[in-house]
Write a protein that binds this ligand. Sequence first.
Ligand SMILES: Nc1nc2c(ncn2[C@@H]2O[C@H](COP(=O)(O)OP(=O)(O)OP(=O)(O)O)[C@@H](O)[C@H]2O)c(=O)[nH]1
Length: 346
Amino acid sequence: MKIPVIILGGFLGSGKTTLLLSLLKESKARGLTPGIVMNELGKKDVDGYILQEHAGANVEKLLDGCVCCSRKDELPRTLELLLARRPDVIYIELTGVANPEEIAKSLLEPALSGRLVLHYSITVLDAENVLEYGSRFSADKQLVRTLRRQLSSAGLIIVNKSDLVEPETLWRIEKMASRYNTDAEIVFTHYSKINLSPLLAGIAPQEQRTPALQRGSREINGMALKRINSAVSGHGATAVQEPESAHETSYSQVAAVTLTFPPGAADGVRPELLEGFFREWGDSLVRAKGHVRLAGRDGVQLVQYAGNRCNWEFSRYPGQPYVVFIGLNLDEKQLTDRWSALFYQP
Ligand SMILES: Nc1nc2c(ncn2[C@@H]2O[C@H](COP(=O)(O)OP(=O)(O)OP(=O)(O)O)[C@@H](O)[C@H]2O)c(=O)[nH]1
């Protein structure tokens, strides 16, 4: 019996891990044993830690590179490791700059195709920022191409973070998404809350599985909003075909830098200084996340910077505080110097 695989793609900070956490909760409620491949650009597994904390699940981490290109060779072995633990379903959360098509292709290779089957490829969009990507990242053609591939290859497109935009923006996103993908179901939501039943339909604990795995019907409503206008794609919109490039690397100029707290920074950092630090880099800093100690507060906080917004959450992370910075053409030396100075401001 083939194990179903659900691929979670979408740009940095769009809400993939938030969706994965919901899927894990739902999987648990259904008595399913999930396996998870978590791929991160940075050297530290911020999301892997969050997942283990929330779900205690079977997580295999691939850090410091992208599983669709620089770490592609490691995916089969990682999946083998998970398969040995007999999961009922495997979730692969990609980095924000991965091309999901490459992962789907890997599943078709002879060593895996007899044991795994692609069940869904999902792309999550950040409604507040997705319409700006083309202009913001115009200098990085490879990245723009990858973002289009994320759209064109998806079976389901989740337009997330709808709480941060006007309905008009959602219309524009639907129109844009339909240009690249006329077939995908498009749903609108916030905090990646969707009806998961159709996604998990047909997936059962292995001993209860019927021979033919059925995919769910296409009724994956988001929370507050329904699909706006399913006729858009029927009014002259066509899927945009792009030429295949010979070497499909995906993330080009996007890179990650991981910085720890300097020695003697036991008192932590002031939150307003850290938020100011994130904003200082403008569009070149796309995403930051880590576990930090804040001045004047006990314990550790998980900090998430995405789409120019900063979120804080309590964390039980026991190790040395750090932040992973992900951006375009980040100047590592300048970043490190400014980072050190942050801890010694009056
Ligand atoms: N306002 C708002 N925030 C959201 C929503 N969904 C997720 N977030 C927040 O956005 C941040 C990024 O969410 P993640 O789920 O970690 O995004 P991701 O796609 O996994 O991020 P990377 O893996 O780093 O690319 C977190 O602080 C989330 O709490 C949403 O619908 N609305």
